[in-house]
Write a protein that binds this ligand. Structure first.
Ligand code: XMP
Length: 316
């Protein structure tokens, strides 16, 4: 196999976008993760001669981690002295997802509303090209029919032109570990390289059953706890999932019926396969105790020992 050379790869993508985007305005869909940060670097370098030609844009879906949008805004201000354009669309996403319990339906609903908003943004900024950080595993999973990754259009049989979009996806042929190599070549700070992959539809995939503001608040708090306790470099992703079933528990010496949270922690290279992380029991115990004491209404914490395959990484 040919050796992967991040600098050559980047030079090729910058050149491709430059010839494609001449005289056009470019929007980069930013999510707070490494893939879209790398996309922004490519777009910024491709359009460096014309100030304002590349616009970083983030949709606040209300389904992201605590402070994720704020930290991303600060990153753009500090590193590039540029204002990340943020559209607050939390209500739109939560109301569109109301009553939807089927995983595939949730993903498709998220995709539709996401691209409708992006298409409005393209019109409002008079932009012609959308740069987004789809990676190889998103495409493979969608093509194999395992699940529809929200950011895969062409390969899912959707013409981006239906949303009025012309797409540029520079990372389409890369695995996550290669994206990280490219990120290092751009000197993206290690703090961001360590951020766990977080899917675009965010907490919609980490809640089985209906997505509501209240359920999102619970899983957001549990996610903060789990992420703050997980340090091992072996871990690819580690997160809690809020289940639909309920269980009995005891609170203030009386019985109650509360929520169940499953913890999923996996080791993986490229997310196409994964194995459940053998978490030290002391650590697991600490995570469980914190969730049960810090989040009201949780009655049980479970640990998921399923590999991929047969399980997928996310629950939805
Ligand atoms: P699964 O659940 O398919 O997840 O085993 C594999 C990897 O993909 C991430 N994931 C997504 N990423 N859009 C994304 O950008 C999506 O719709 C999506 N769904 C899953 C997941 O977090 C894991 O890393």
């Amino acid at each position: 196999m040919e050796r992967f050379e991040p600098r050559k790869f980047v030079a090729r993508k910058i050149q491709a976008l430059r010839s494609h985007a001449s005289g056009k305005r470019v929007i980069v869909a930013v999510s707070g993760g490494i893939d879209s940060m790398v996309c922004f670097e490519i777009a910024r370098n491709a359009t460096i001669k014309q100030e304002g030609q590349t616009i970083p844009f983030i949709i606040d879906t209300g389904l992201m981690r605590q402070n994720e949008v704020k930290q991303t805004e600060e990153y753009f201000r500090k590193k590039y002295n540029i204002e990340l354009q943020r559209w607050d669309k939390q209500n739109e996403f939560i109301s569109a997802l109301k009553g939807i319990v089927s995983p595939e339906e949730k993903r498709k609903t998220f995709r539709d509303i996401f691209y409708r908003i992006i298409s409005q943004a393209m019109r409002s900024y008079a932009a012609d090209i959308l740069v987004q950080g789809t990676i190889l595993s998103d495409i493979i999973e969608t093509q194999k029919g395992i699940k529809t990754h929200f950011n895969v259009l062409h390969e899912a049989g959707i013409n981006p032109a239906n949303y009025g979009l012309s797409l540029f996806e520079p990372l389409k042929e890369l695995t996550k570990s290669r994206v990280r190599m490219v990120a290092r070549s751009f000197a993206i700070p290690p703090k961001f390289l360590r951020i766990q992959p977080f899917p675009g539809p965010g907490f919609a995939l980490r809640i089985t059953g209906e997505v509501t503001f209240e359920r999102v608040a619970k899983i957001r708090k549990a996610t903060e706890i789990v992420e703050s306790e997980l340090m091992s470099p072996k871990i690819f992703q580690g997160f809690p999932v809020l289940l639909t079933d309920k269980a009995t528990g005891i609170q203030n010496e009386s019985a109650f019926v509360g929520d169940i949270i499953a913890i999923r922690i996996v080791e993986s290279k490229d997310s196409l396969s994964a194995r459940s992380y053998r978490i030290p029991w002391i650590k697991m115990d600490k995570i469980a105790k914190r969730i049960l004491t810090e989040i009201p209404g949780i009655a049980r914490v479970l640990y998921d020992v399923t590999s991929k395959p047969p399980g997928t990484i996310e629950f939805v």
